[in-house]
Design a protein around this ligand. Structure first.
Ligand SMILES: Cc1ncc(COP(=O)(O)O)c(C=O)c1O
Length: 389
């Protein structure tokens, strides 16, 4: 051991953070040669045309630092797409910032705008990066439970939780892991509770194209009032099935974007230039994102149909590429134990919803990812048919 080790007196900034459930379940999936419907990433190839565009961008010489807020062609393409879908024009020059995935967009937004002493309202079950990002900013996370089993926001509870110190409210629609979506009424409620306050809304909309059954995605960008105090975060990793590329963006009014960029330039400074050029070109074809609801509706139907004759109780899925299931008919063990048993004895990896609550709230629910090849979904369901009540 190096001689200096005993004197380092390390003080962790995230002492409660251990190995995430995603790593644990993926390791178990490998160990038991399981079908992995745990972590949220596709196991099918991306569009070869997108790969060709990246190659072409590299050959064209786009291999050096691009502009700090992002390649202009991509910022313009994002602004065009957002205006087309949500009827709001963000200025590519001052209001659109390309980030290293949505995760960095969210992290940077929180670091830029939440201060020690500030409170940030988050809803649980929560995507796992939110609360650590709030803590690293020195701010205080205020976790409110989504209702169960609908995973909706309880606006009375939000009103009660708002204090003069509330600086930010973080929403996520479509919701991971809740699979619910915000309605136009939710947006009206959000506008009402933040009216005449200095609260900033961070809206994680990485699953914007995974909204089903004819519903439309209620982006915060649709509301003039909310857009004026909000940061909308998107991800090409989710939209174009390339989670490993880590390119996302933030949309926010000029003053808010200026603060985001102040922090962005010292965290990553810039994002992969060739991929940005490729995405700008790929976005010109609206079909590349317009076909997503139909594509994922098919996957959702396949998984739900294949699981229908198991004793799992499938919850409704209004959005995202996840399917939730209750297993009360099978067992009363905690979700983490049940998920471990599924991977060990049945060869299917899932994620227990209790992992998305700081206090481990356990409604006995597990999450399946259906962004997988049809064969993968069928193989998982086949194995789960052995489940008995
Ligand atoms: C709700 C939510 N937000 C953000 C992300 C991260 O997106 P990115 O890979 O673009 O950082 C994910 C990924 O699973 C997610 O589920």
């Amino acid at each position: 051991m190096p001689a200096s080790a005993p004197t380092l007196a390390l003080r962790s900034k995230l002492p409660a953070t251990g190995t995430t459930i995603f790593t644990v379940m993926s390791a178990l999936a490998q160990k038991y040669d399981a079908v992995n419907l745990g972590q949220g990433f596709p196991d099918y190839p991306i569009d070869p045309a997108l790969i060709d565009l990246v190659t072409a961008a590299m050959r064209a010489g786009h291999n050096q630092y691009p502009l700090m807020p992002g390649v202009m062609a991509l910022r313009e393409a994002i602004a065009v797409k957002v205006e087309r879908l949500y009827a709001r024009r963000y200025d590519p020059d001052t209001e659109v910032t390309v980030t290293t995935g949505a995760t960095q967009g969210i992290f940077t937004s929180i670091q830029a705008l939440a201060h020690p002493g500030d409170e940030v309202i988050v809803f649980e079950p929560a995507y796992d990066s939110y609360i650590p990002a709030v803590r690293l900013a020195g701010a205080t996370p205020v976790a409110l439970p989504l209702t169960f089993p609908g995973y909706r926001i309880d606006w009375t509870a939000v009103r009660r939780a708002i204090t003069p110190r509330t600086r930010m409210i973080l929403v996520n629609t479509p919701n991971n892991p809740g699979t619910s979506v915000l309605s136009a009424d939710d947006l009206a409620q959000l506008a009402a509770v933040t009216r005449d306050t200095s609260i900033i809304v961070v809206s994680d909309e990485v699953y914007e194209h995974m909204v089903y059954d004819g519903a439309r995605h209620e982006s915060i960008a649709r509301s003039a009032e909310l857009a004026g105090r909000s940061i909308v975060v998107g991800s090409f990793g989710k939209t174009f099935h390339a989670t490993g590329w880590k390119v996302g963006y933030t949309l926010a009014p000029r003053e808010i974007s200026a603060e985001i960029r102040r922090v962005h330039q010292f965290t990553v400074f810039t994002v992969n230039s060739a991929v940005q050029h490729a995405l700008a070109a790929f976005l010109r074809e609206a079909a590349h994102y317009e076909n997503l609801p139909a594509f994922f509706t098919g996957k959702r139907a396949l998984l739900r149909g294949a699981l229908a004759d198991t004793p799992l109780e499938l919850l409704p899925c209004a959005g995202s590429y996840f399917q939730l299931a209750r297993y009360d008919r099978i067992s009363d063990e905690p979700a983490a134990a049940f998920a471990r048993r599924l991977v060990r004895d049945y060869g299917v990896a899932t994620i227990p919803l209790s992992a998305f609550y700081q206090d481990g709230t356990d409604h006995r629910v597990i999450r399946f990812c259906f962004a997988k090849r049809d064969e993968t979904l069928r193989a998982a369901a086949e194995r789960l048919r052995r489940l008995e009540p």
